[in-house]
Design a protein around this ligand. Structure first.
Ligand code: TLP
Length: 354
């Protein structure tokens, strides 16, 4: 009997490296990157900086560390940081922004993950001995918990203007910024030109085994390099990570459009299933959020049902289940996922009716 492959839609972080990446890793020229001597890391950092239209970049092991070193390099302890209330930095990074960077987060609610500039402006405290100093505004693009939504270049431009007007820095958690660029069919620089600095991840839709890049001015990146060391993120022959990253930037960006097409197909199918609801306006990139609250079960129960049918889904809580498309998920897998979803909903509704 042939084993049926599991359709893993928990996250795009589950992607495995391509054969070409493995080849590149095998042949990578290596050195000690803490001495700045790994030629492959140096090449990736130069390439990433150039793609983003900034002066410099530094490779770090994870997206979480990228955000943390960026926060530390943009602020001083005790500062106030304005961010979106569902931001990854606020939800999923174990409180590092306060525990390690010593910052006071000021979360603001938004529609679709896009901060309203008037609301941001109202949250900026005057510089006064009583208040934490407001030094940084953060955006997330695409916005994970809002369902992979895009913050457009125009929206960034306005927020960047607010930051500058108030003498604040403007940072972008661009873990999936290439998804945003591919979704709008624009160059990634159309986004990055409006922020002072950013990070993006190699290890998500771009299929690398690990790695994220922190990007900005030379001074900022120098501070980030030092803060990476503080956090223990200085790696030695990190060229084995960078080699895959170079392949990703050169070969794997445009194919993100396939993931977006598959997500749309999946979302439209799910939207037709009675008992589920999907906000199709939020399906802008490679994520689909199913609202299962009408089924009257915990999302863990729904996800276990899907698992019985060979499909893995993620949870974002409050009756919401997340499905993420990525390399390795083809139309046939999406069709299998659809069948599993329909069966799971039927089972659960059958139980509710009995
Ligand atoms: N997100 C992961 C989980 O942590 C939820 C995922 O599966 O989506 N910024 C954003 C916007 C992210 O989505 C993530 C990862 C990170 C930062 C952190 O990256 P890693 O996981 O490499 O530390």
């Amino acid at each position: 009997m042939t084993k049926v492959e599991v359709v893993d839609l928990r996250s795009d972080t589950v992607t495995l490296p391509t054969d070409e990446m493995l080849e590149a890793i095998r042949h990578a020229r290596l050195g000690d990157d803490v001495y700045g001597e790994d030629p492959t890391v140096n090449e990736l950092e130069a390439l990433a900086a150039e793609r983003m239209g900034k002066e410099a970049a530094v490779l770090v092991p994870s997206g979480t560390m990228a955000n943390l070193v960026s926060l530390m390099s943009n602020t001083k302890r005790g500062d106030l940081v304005i961010l979106e209330s569902e931001a990854h930095m606020y939800w999923y990074e174990a409180g590092g922004l306060s525990a390690i960077a010593g910052l006071l987060p000021w979360p603001l609610k938004s529609e679709f993950g896009v901060l309203n500039p008037d609301v941001v402006e109202a949250a900026i405290r005057p510089r006064n001995i009583h208040f934490p100093e407001p030094t940084l505004i953060c955006v997330e693009n695409t916005h994970n918990r809002h369902g992979g939504t895009v913050v457009s270049p125009k929206q960034l431009e306005v927020l960047g203007y607010v930051a500058r007007t108030h003498g604040m820095r403007f940072y972008m958690d661009g873990a999936r910024i290439f998804n945003a660029a591919v979704a709008l069919g624009v160059d990634v620089k159309d986004f990055t030109r409006h922020v002072d600095n950013l990070m993006f991840c190699l290890s998500k839709g771009l299929s690398c085994p690990a790695g994220s890049l922190v990007i900005g001015t030379k001074d900022f990146v120098e501070r980030a390099r030092r803060n990476r060391k503080v956090l223990g993120g200085g790696m030695r022959q990190a060229g084995i990570i960078a080699a895959a990253g170079i392949v990703a930037l050169e070969k794997l960006v445009q194919r993100l459009a396939d993931d977006h097409r598959n997500a749309r197909f999946l979302a439209e199918g799910c939207a037709r299933v009675e008992g589920l609801s999907v906000d199709l306006a939020r399906v802008q990139t490679n994520m689909v959020v199913l609202d299962i609250s009408d089924l009257g079960v915990e999302d863990g129960v729904f996800r276990s049902k899907l698992k019985e049918h060979g499909v893995l889904a993620g949870s974002i809580g409050r009756g919401k289940v997340r499905l993420v498309t990525h390399r390795g998920i083809e139309k046939e897998h999406v069709e299998r996922a659809m069948d599993a979803i329909i069966t799971a909903v039927d089972d659960l509704r059958g139980k509710a009716d009995a």
